[in-house]
Write a protein that binds this ligand. Structure first.
Ligand code: A3P
Length: 297
């Protein structure tokens, strides 16, 4: 993202193709849905704040044999364009960035399964979905929307939590998002990963990603990638920690992108009443699936 001194106005949330999206994504959605990927492209999908950047960095390192220098060639948002992002913020749109890159490209998206262009499945593009337990996701999302001055104003924590619980946050209901990819994962050969598994054993999960990508890297390289992608090391990496986003957009006096990186931080934010209400709604919304989420390790 280029240096931008303009005052950034918070966007509004609008419905597009049945999903609540930031206006700058909604305005772009027809072109995004018409995109034709190359069979060699990689799609990294997630509901926001589930550990997307973590996977992007790992995949870029795996594709470059763990070469830290090559993976510092540009910021993460240049190395892995944000598919549905328009040019509203004074940067190139995701689609324009992709046009200028040669495949294989790493493509980041938060779109729900039903909005992913069919070309990704027709071309059998490797797709990784990363997810995270709902309680930590909503905490991270709230903090992020406060500091991301280009996103709609999140308002109070209580109001935000209610909207998340009842499926009225950006990118649609969390429940539908995680279920959509879960139900399609076998048919579409999607690697479905959990943030909590990565926190539990990063080496094991990096190895799983390597195998899924049909790569065969030495243990030394895998160990190096694990080291380079710990929370503390990524937080120090200016090409991965989002300090490359101008302060007018990400106000780091409010919060930062690499905020805490923990499982169970929700306990510091939910009141006992909020937690009980959340659990009750969650149980109803998720009763038709058995996705093994963990809210603590
Ligand atoms: P927190 O706000 O809980 O700290 P996304 O990339 O999908 O926007 O997700 C951002 C969340 O992933 C943030 O969570 C961020 O700190 C966390 N994260 C990013 N890189 C990480 C890493 N290497 N290890 C653990 N968590 C990481």
């Amino acid at each position: 993202m280029s240096e931008n001194r303009k005052v950034v106005h918070r966007s509004t949330a609008v419905m597009a193709k049945g999903i609540l999206l930031p206006d700058y994504t909604a305005s772009n959605i027809e072109a995004v849905c018409a995109f034709r990927p190359d069979p060699s492209d990689f799609l990294i999908a997630s509901y926001p704040k589930s550990g997307t950047s973590w996977i992007l960095e790992i995949v870029d390192l795996l594709l470059h044999n763990g070469d830290a220098e090559i993976c510092r060639r540009a910021s993460l948002s240049v190395r892995a364009p944000f598919f549905e992002m328009s040019d509203r913020l004074g940067c190139q749109s995701g689609l324009d960035m992709l046009k200028e890159m040669n495949p294989p490209r790493i493509i980041k998206t938060h779109l729900p399964f039903q909005l992913i262009p069919s070309g990704f499945w027709e071309n059998k593009c490797k797709t990784i979905y990363i997810t995270r337990n709902a309680k930590d996701t909503v905490v991270s999302y709230y903090q992020f929307q406060q500091m991301n001055l280009s996103s709609p104003d999140p308002g109070s924590w209580e109001g935000y939590l209610q909207r998340f619980m009842h499926g009225r946050c950006l990118y649609g209901p969390w429940y539908d998002h995680v279920k959509g990819y879960w139900e399609e994962r076998k048919k579409r050969n999607i690697l479905y990963l959990f943030y909590e598994d990565m926190k539990e054993n990063l080496c094991r999960e990096v190895t799983r990603i390597m195998r899924y990508l049909d790569l065969s890297l030495s243990d030394d390289v895998i160990n190096r990638i694990v080291e380079l992608t710990t929370f503390n090391n990524m937080k120090e990496n200016p090409m991965a920690n989002y300090t490359f986003v101008p302060k007018e957009i990400f106000d780091t006096s409010i919060s930062c992108y690499m905020r805490k990186g923990e499982v169970g931080d929700w306990k510091n934010h939910f009141t006992p009443q909020q937690s009980a209400e959340f659990d009750k709604v969650y149980e109803t919304k998720m009763k038709d699936v058995n996705i093994p989420f963990r809210t603590e390790l």
